[in-house]
Write a protein that binds this ligand. Structure first.
Ligand code: ZN
Length: 199
């Protein structure tokens, strides 16, 4: 079940997102592109929430790191450990709540997704889908809310001839859909809309 943000954030329709300084490679630009894509879809499909850049980490609702293995973060004085290999092909979002309302989201992106001894890291198009998927989690949707298209729970990466030809592929309605372009299902759109609507 999706969980709404606290009333102040929900009423603002805005998540303030901060990318930490030590993000690897061009991940910060990829996240920026994912935000632009999300906001465009949100406007088109009236999702009720958009992301805005926040320079001050202390003012952010969403903080983003690139990680390569164990990483610890702090929420309200408690330290939380996560472990995401640098070559994982998906990110991870931790949603922290108080009184069953989201207060903070921490997003972890794999530093070099899909990179093994003999293979290059997955290209920017795949990383765009990875980042976009985590933005949907930031809206309050959990793994149990996974659905179709960009919010598919088990997407697969398809390597192209060059990194810029890499795509994410999911089987949807009896055919394969390749992303980008980024698309969300009607069900995912409804889940976001319901989570951000006035109670
Ligand atoms: Zn997910």
């Amino acid at each position: 079940m999706p969980r709404p943000w606290n009333d102040t954030v929900r009423a603002s329709g805005t998540l303030r997102i901060h990318c930490t300084q030590q993000m690897v490679g061009d991940w910060q630009n990829v996240v920026s592109d994912a935000i632009t894509a999300f906001n465009a879809i949100s406007t088109r499909q009236s999702l009720g929430v958009t992301f805005t850049d926040e320079a001050d980490q202390d003012q952010a609702n969403v903080v983003v790191w690139t990680v390569s293995g164990a990483h610890s973060t702090v929420f309200r004085g408690t330290t939380y450990q996560i472990n995401l290999p640098g070559n994982a092909s998906a990110g991870h979002t931790s949603l922290y709540s108080i009184a069953d309302k989201n207060e903070m989201a921490h997003v972890f992106l794999p530093a070099t997704p899909g990179q093994y001894a003999q293979t290059r890291a997955l290209g920017r198009p795949v990383r765009l889908v990875i980042a976009f998927h985590e933005l949907i989690h930031c809206c309050g949707l959990h793994n149990s809310d996974h659905g179709d298209l960009a919010f598919h729970g088990t997407p697969s990466a398809t390597r192209g001839g060059t990194a810029s030809d890499d795509r994410v592929s999911v089987r949807s309605g009896g055919r394969y859909v390749h992303m980008p372009p980024l698309v969300i299902s009607a069900q995912t759109a409804r889940n976001i809309q319901n989570t951000w609507a006035s109670p």
